[in-house]
Ligand binder design. Structure first.
Ligand SMILES: NC(=O)c1ccc[n+]([C@@H]2O[C@H](COP(=O)([O-])OP(=O)(O)OC[C@H]3O[C@@H](n4cnc5c(N)ncnc54)[C@H](O)[C@@H]3O)[C@@H](O)[C@H]2O)c1
Ligand SMILES: [Zn+2]
Ligand SMILES: [Zn+2]
Length: 366
């Protein structure tokens, strides 16, 4: 069948809407008619080839839509079901078997490889292969053949254009806190960068009962929103001395948990230097392969601190996304405040607005 998709042709180039051919559904795939898709910063990272998915490609990895048909081996959904699409995983490696599909041993190939295991791609243009199956979905396409492992079924009364971004960005920030760091009630947390991922982390910290929730960004507009989402303190790192403020807020003890969404080495160093004894620093932001950060390990040895990286909020999407929807219904996780909707054809404007800091979470509606 023919579909309309936003194609990335070359490094950093604007998306171009094109009619492409979608091939036959494989036994373990689900054909989904997209209703909406979030735009994640990681789409821009791949468009700009900081992560080298082969181009031309159809990106997009926060899809939401309606199942049109299912492959012969699919058991988890039926035509007509409403679904949110998340990261792909193999389902059979040791990490997947132990409930850690976010760290699937085949993570890179299944999400950034943008082809099936046999090298074929669902999308093509006049016999030219177009990288697709990005995160098992390539949601910048009106219809996609989606890997069953990427599928999360949701209730039909939920607005799909609202829940689309749960598939990656929101899940990543919220899951980093609720699934991985698990801060105890009364603890302190600092979130560096309050875009979509950081904002979700702030809301999750409020759900966890953290009593000092510190948002750090370079944009006052984002920090105003952070306060509305549950931050107890905000720091503009362009105008304030971050170390001085963090020490003030924690009465000189340092912060129990820091989450870095910027992946800027000097920001990360400041974050780590302000950890409390036994504190944990986690990075979720993406940087170019080869990026290094220098950390002090002499004096800080006695402090028994932890450094870790976190993928997809260490979530099992099929468990965590319904939980986030439930928290939202109860008014405890107001992620809808981050969203601005755009028509799918305005995809380039949506990316520009995110880059300028005007929109926290763009959602494209088909
Ligand atoms: N680990 C994962 O599984 C995963 C999943 C999704 C996204 N990501 C990555 O997470 C990162 C954040 O994604 P996002 O969608 O929230 O991006 P975003 O661009 O919306 O947010 C980044 C924020 O950092 C702020 N910032 C920039 N420089 C800063 C500085 N020096 N100090 C403080 N704040 C600063 C920006 O103003 C912005 O608000 C991206 O790198 C993305 O690729 C990782
Ligand atoms: Zn696996
Ligand atoms: Zn993402």
């Amino acid at each position: 069948m023919q579909v309309t998709a936003a194609v990335t042709h070359s490094t950093g180039a604007p998306f171009i809407l094109k009619t492409l051919d979608l091939d036959e559904l494989r036994p373990d795939e689900v054909r989904v008619r997209m209703v909406a898709t979030g735009v994640c910063h990681t789409d821009a990272v791949v468009r700009d080839q900081m992560i080298p998915t082969p181009l031309p490609a159809v990106l997009g990895h926060e899809g939401a839509g309606i199942v049109e048909s299912i492959g012969s081996a699919v058991t988890t959904v039926r035509p007509g079901d409403h679904v949110v699409l998340s990261a792909n995983s193999c389902g059979v490696c040791l990490k997947c078997l132990s409930g850690e599909s976010a760290y699937c041993e085949d993570l890179f190939a299944r999400n950034f490889g943008a082809s099936r295991a046999d090298g074929s791609t669902p999308l093509s243009f006049e016999d030219e292969q177009i990288s697709s199956m990005f995160f098992g979905q390539s949601s910048f396409s009106s219809v996609s053949n989606v890997a069953e492992r990427s599928i999360v079924r949701v209730d039909k009364d939920i607005d799909l254009s609202l829940v689309a971004p749960l598939g990656c960005g929101i899940q990543t920030g919220a899951g980093a806190v609720l699934n991985d760091l698990r801060p105890p009630a009364g603890s302190s947390i600092a979130v560096f960068g309050t875009g979509a991922v950081g904002s979700a982390a702030l809301m999750a910290a409020a759900v966890s009962g953290c009593t000092r929730i510190i948002a750090i960004d370079i944009l006052d507009s984002r920090l105003d929103i952070a306060l509305a989402l549950g931050a107890t303190h905000v720091i503009n790192s362009r105008t304030d001395d971050v170390t001085m403020r963090l020490q003030e807020i924690t009465a000189g003890r340092g912060v129990d948990f820091v989450l870095d969404t910027t992946a800027i080495p000097r920001v990360l160093r400041t974050a780590v230097d302000n950890l409390a004894v036994r504190g944990t620093a986690a990075v979720v932001g993406s940087s170019r392969p080869g990026t290094e950060v220098h950390l002090e390990i002499g004096e800080s040895l006695n402090r028994g601190w932890t450094f870790k990286t976190i993928i997809q909020g260490s979530s099992v999407p099929q468990l965590f996304i319904p939980a986030l929807i439930e928290l939202w219904k109860q008014g405890k996780f107001p992620f809808d405040r981050l969203i601005k909707k755009y028509s799918f054809k305005d995809i380039n404007e949506a990316f520009e607005d995110a880059e300028k800091g005007l929109t926290i979470k763009p959602v494209l509606v088909y």
